[in-house]
Design a protein around this ligand. Structure first.
Ligand SMILES: [Zn+2]
Length: 133
């Protein structure tokens, strides 16, 4: 086994890494990353990270061009819960909050876009103020 062999990341009991560890592509199917969970409509549901995948990154090299070890944390899909779907009231509140951020305090119009926080007014009003200044 060479120093860069992916086999050095095979540690299913976690004896070496403190957490069950697999090389890229070798994790059991019931272990998933957050992104994989989300892709099937699930969330970890309060469980801790149960395992990790380690690999040598060829894209992200550290200082002196040394190969860096990258990690992805895995959760057990059997302990995962369905993703929370916002209730109608939550969606309504969110819509209202977003709309409030589109109303220009100067001209009182719905600008049709979220106002730039830096200006706090719609682009038209910002332009007018620019010209007046
Ligand atoms: Zn305005």
């Amino acid at each position: 086994m060479t120093r860069r062999s992916p086999a050095r990341f095979y540690d299913p009991t976690g004896a070496r890494f403190g957490l069950p560890t697999y090389p890229w592509g070798m994790a059991p199917g019931h272990l998933m990353t957050l992104r994989q969970l989300a892709a099937c409509g699930k969330r970890p549901g309060g469980q801790q990270v149960v395992a990790q995948v380690l690999w040598h990154s060829t894209r992200h090299t550290g200082s002196a061009g040394r190969v860096r070890v990258r990690a992805a944390y895995l959760y057990d899909v059997r302990l995962a819960l369905p993703k929370r779907v916002p209730t109608a009231a939550q969606r309504a509140a969110l819509g209202k909050a977003l709309r409030a951020r589109r109303i220009c305090p100067d001209c009182g119009r719905d600008a049709g876009y979220v106002l730039r926080r830096r200006w706090g007014v719609c682009n038209d009003c910002a332009d007018r103020q620019e010209i007046a200044a």
